[in-house]
Design a binder for this molecule. Sequence first.
Ligand SMILES: Nc1nc2c(ncn2[C@@H]2O[C@H](COP(=O)(O)OP(=O)(O)O)[C@@H](O)[C@H]2O)c(=O)[nH]1
Ligand SMILES: [Mg+2]
Length: 243
Amino acid sequence: MTFIVVLPTYNERLNLERVTAGILKHEGASLLIVDDNSPDGTGQLADELVGRHEGRVSVMHRSGPRGLGRSYIDGLRRALTTGAEAICQMDADLSHDPAYLPDLVAALARSDLVIGSRYLHGVSVVNWPLHRIVLSAFANRYIRAISGLSPNDCTSGFRAWRREALAKLPLEDARTNGYAFLTEMLFEAARRGCTIGEVPIVFVERQEGYSKVSSTVLFESLLTPWRLILRGGRLRPPPGRSL
Ligand SMILES: Nc1nc2c(ncn2[C@@H]2O[C@H](COP(=O)(O)OP(=O)(O)O)[C@@H](O)[C@H]2O)c(=O)[nH]1
Ligand SMILES: [Mg+2]
């Protein structure tokens, strides 16, 4: 299956070459980097990579207000215009190992959308401080309890979509901009009857660069499940699924 990876970047110069090499190792893979005018020169490095890997790497240079959600909207819409059969999304900081991409794409044989999940068999996160693990575990329970979503990892940014499933989502209407955008996409997909699968991944905290999680972004994540059910109603979890 051919697939394109949408990779949002903000100050990822130290990680970009390695993650690009890891992605392009796979046959049928192409890459779309969505850079938010990073002050550290990530955008220029992305241009160099386009030259080095002609036809397989492309870049969108965003200007104006930055944000992960906005970058995903622009990148995923562009990815839909390519001929790729599957569209993947992942972080650029090597927390998401590109070696898992074939597992995610292969699992699309059974589901419309596949999540690379940190919480399928206990907790598979390396080098996170305890407070981040607790926060993430709490966020997932909270999101499931309010929205009715059923995946174990609703906030993972490592995902693969069947092209037709992603094309059903009203990307341009998304209201969230930070990490909450990931929850919003999942909710909109479930509401449209998309089947959601999960494959286990080990998430390793970044070694280079810094995290861009901010308190504004976390606050948006707390409000989002309520906004989603006010707009679309609570989802019905599959029978027997406990929260
Ligand atoms: N284009 C763009 N990418 C972003 C933005 N904020 C974060 N990212 C990227 O999103 C991914 C995850 O961000 P990160 O800061 O590592 O979040 P964390 O893993 O939750 O700590 C990385 O590839 C970042 O470079 C943004 O405002 N714009
Ligand atoms: Mg990260």
